[in-house]
Ligand binder design. Structure first.
Ligand SMILES: [Zn+2]
Length: 301
């Protein structure tokens, strides 16, 4: 049993069914229009009911927490190849930004499915539950093809249009070394779309916009001894980050061996390692290819 209230049967999950007037939920995939809602159960095994005939309302593709408008301007946009990458790599930073009054959004490029224990319906519900914990203003899915993500001209056009629409000051992208081709394609795509987004005299919708910086978070499929540019103290956010990660039951808990350290234990140990390097309990590493400017050394831990 996951022990958190973000899974079906939990309080937060139930809250998601009662859409508040200031939030607009749209569909994640047209197929989900035909899906039905799961029974409100969270089994002792921690399982999520997946039977299509027990589902009713479609999970959401879009999440706009402000005025429900499409033209949501963000301070920070986290771009992820798959739902769960953003939570894994930088849930602590996201909650830190939100706590400081920044408008943060996540753009998932693909559905992340198929996976061994997931489905479109399950993944969408898990994403909704994690999004609720993060407390972010905006989340969408670009519906590019999972496992076949490419930095194509059409994908670049779509992503550049999102940059122009959301106008983030900073973008967060995956790390540029990885085993997962989707993650590598995402990095190339994000950098190209950032460039296109600023172009004038183009047929892209919206006004030109150039996100000032790209930072890279670590959610990688390699056991690399990475050298980050900086580490954020996320000690105040670790428990909520863990809860957000555990919402992705199909990805990190179901079917995993519970002998020895679990995958969630590994994530905790990793966060503790990064925290230890900066004298904090838990940390999150980030990289940046460009030099960072600072006005004072006072903010350094
Ligand atoms: Zn991923």
């Amino acid at each position: 049993m996951c022990g958190f209230d973000c899974c079906p049967g939990g309080a937060k999950f139930d809250k998601l069914r009662n859409l508040r007037p200031d939030r607009i939920f749209a569909i994640w995939d047209e197929r989900l229009l035909m899906a039905k809602k799961p029974r409100a159960t969270c089994s002792d095994a921690g399982g999520v009911s997946t039977s299509r005939d027990t589902l009713s309302d479609p999970p959401q593709h879009r999440w706009h927490a402000s005025n429900g408008g499409i033209d949501t301007v963000l301070d920070i946009l986290v771009v992820a190849a798959h739902p769960d990458d953003a939570e894994l790599g930088m849930a602590g930073a996201i909650m830190n930004f939100v706590g400081r009054g920044k408008r943060v959004g996540i753009l998932d490029l693909t559905s992340g499915e198929p996976t061994p224990h997931g489905s479109l319906e399950i993944r969408a519900r898990e994403t909704a539950a994690a999004t609720e914990i993060l407390g972010i203003a905006w989340r969408e899915n670009l519906r590019l093809p999972n496992r076949s993500l490419e930095s194509s001209l059409e994908a670049r056009r779509q992503l550049a249009a999102v940059f122009r629409r959301t106008r983030p000051r900073w973008i967060f992208a995956p790390y540029w070394v990885d085993a997962h081709p989707d993650h590598l394609a995402a990095v190339e795509l994000i950098e190209a779309a950032r460039f296109w987004s600023k172009l004038s005299k183009s047929d892209l919708p919206g006004e030109p916009h150039h996100p000032q910086r790209i930072f890279h978070y670590f959610s990688i499929h390699l056991r690399l001894a990475v050298q980050p540019s900086m580490i954020l103290d996320i000690s105040d956010y670790w428990q909520r980050k863990r809860a957000a990660i555990e919402c992705y039951h199909s990805q990190f808990i179901e079917g995993r061996s519970d002998g020895g350290p679990t995958l969630i234990d590994r994530f905790r140990d990793e966060a503790a390692h990064w925290g230890w390097l900066i004298g904090a309990e838990f940390g999150e590493p980030f990289a940046c290819r460009e030099p960072l400017g600072i006005r004072s050394f006072d903010e350094l831990t």
